[in-house]
Write a protein that binds this ligand. Structure first.
Ligand SMILES: NC(=O)C1=CN([C@@H]2O[C@H](COP(=O)(O)OP(=O)(O)OC[C@H]3O[C@@H](n4cnc5c(N)ncnc54)[C@H](OP(=O)(O)O)[C@@H]3O)[C@@H](O)[C@H]2O)C=CC1
Ligand SMILES: CC(C)(CO)C(=O)C(=O)O
Length: 347
């Protein structure tokens, strides 16, 4: 194909800026590029030098093995809108660590224009709130991903559990709901065009997020605290019946109190990930890498929502405080909190 027709095709492709090329972000970029309808600029941080030089090496249950794969562009900072760059969609695929600055809203701000559609492919509850406050006239979409994928080394992506993405709009009262649905359905089209993933639209973002919390508020912290993956946690004596199912029952009760009825057998989703896949939930991967965890949106927000509605959540409460302690430990290790000097108490 001539350069001219390539350039014309490029101009027709929807321009997407994707923040965070880790486990989920890289597979999302791959889906968007492979469909041919989008061109993706990926903003990288710690893996920038490696990926800029060598591309991504990807072992994927959906895409096979790829060596040196590159999206349209990789950059090491968020481009400023208007300086020759303009993106229709900004996809956020970083971890959501709201208790550690800088905020994600301040990170993406330079690229946001009044018409930018922001897509949050991230776990957790109430993640849209800072975005709707910071960008009150923009559309903010929800992407709930069910894949299992991680980046064990810079630029190496291990994608073990099939990609399913459910997209819908977090309703912004100052935006037309029909336009929001249209923007969400367009993401489904762009993301699914490559045919290697199951990407669907759902208007019921609240239900979809509570359903995913059955995993993320329960298995993620329990695996992160114990150091066990989703296979070993099932083999370990007593943990499923003593800890995982009670935590899941509390999330189900909080979901019901919030108006989202999850099926009776939802706690059996523990068995949806094959035991012998030994998949590390993303929060366990974070603890293993000494990264901060998303415990506030995965655990704190559903806990506060349930308790505000009078739901007893003793298991979740303990898990929350354990995760709080792990986060503090990490903040101390990174010099973000100061503690009094150790004194010697001798007679
Ligand atoms: N992993 C999984 O299987 C699943 C994860 N999710 C959710 O998807 C989201 C992403 O998770 P996951 O892919 O696992 O996370 P990863 O930690 O694998 O990747 C996040 C990436 O974002 C990068 N990043 C963070 N801040 C910035 C920044 N300011 N600029 C550029 N890059 C940045 C990180 O870089 P750095 O290395 O420098 O920190 C890292 O490469 C989370 O909300 C998670 O809960 C949902 C379903 C499954
Ligand atoms: C539990 C799992 C793997 C399901 O997709 C997940 O969401 C995560 O790792 O955060």
């Amino acid at each position: 194909m001539s350069k001219k027709s390539n350039d014309t095709l490029d101009q027709r492709r929807t321009k997407v800026l994707l923040i965070g090329g880790g486990g989920v972000g890289t597979i999302a970029a791959l889906n968007l590029e492979r469909g041919g309808l989008a061109s993706v600029t990926v903003v990288l941080r710690s893996n920038y030098d490696t990926v800029k030089e060598h591309g991504f090496n990807i072992e994927s249950c959906d895409h096979g093995s790829l060596t040196g794969w590159r999206p349209t562009e990789v950059v090491d900072r968020v481009p400023i809108a208007g300086e020759g760059q303009w993106f229709e969609y900004i996809v956020c695929a970083t971890k959501n660590v709201v208790d550690v600055p800088p905020s994600l809203t301040s990170i993406i701000a330079p690229a946001v224009t009044p018409s930018t559609v922001i897509v949050l492919v991230q776990n957790g509850l109430n993640i849209e709130k800072p975005f709707l406050s910071a960008f009150p006239s923009n559309m903010v979409l929800s992407g709930v991903s069910f894949m299992g994928s991680s980046e064990p080394q810079h630029g190496h992506i291990k994608h073990d559990f099939n990609d399913i993405l459910v997209v819908g709009a977090f309703h912004n009262p100052s935006v037309d709901a029909v336009a929001e649905e249209h923007a969400a359905r367009r993401v489904v089209e762009l993301y699914g065009a490559g045919g290697r993933t199951k990407c669907t639209y759902s208007a019921d973002v609240g239900w979809t997020r509570w359903r995913k919390l059955i995993y993320n508020a329960c298995l993620n912290p329990i695996c992160a605290i114990t150091g066990l993956d989703t296979g070993r946690i099932r083999l370990a004596d007593g943990v499923i019946d003593g800890l995982v199912r009670p935590a899941m029952d509390e999330i189900r009760a909080a979901a019901r109190a919030s108006g989202h009825e999850l099926p009776d057998d939802i706690t059996d989703t523990i068995t949806k990930i094959p035991l012998d896949m030994y998949l590390p939930p993303s929060m366990l991967t974070d603890v293993r890498k000494n990264n901060f965890t998303e415990f506030e949106n995965l655990l704190g927000e559903p806990l506060r929502a349930g308790q505000a509605l009078g739901v007893p959540m003793p298991t979740l409460q303990v898990l929350y405080h354990l995760c709080q302690a792990i986060q503090w430990r990490n903040k101390e290790a990174k010099g973000m909190v100061k503690i009094p000097a150790k004194r010697t108490y001798t007679d």
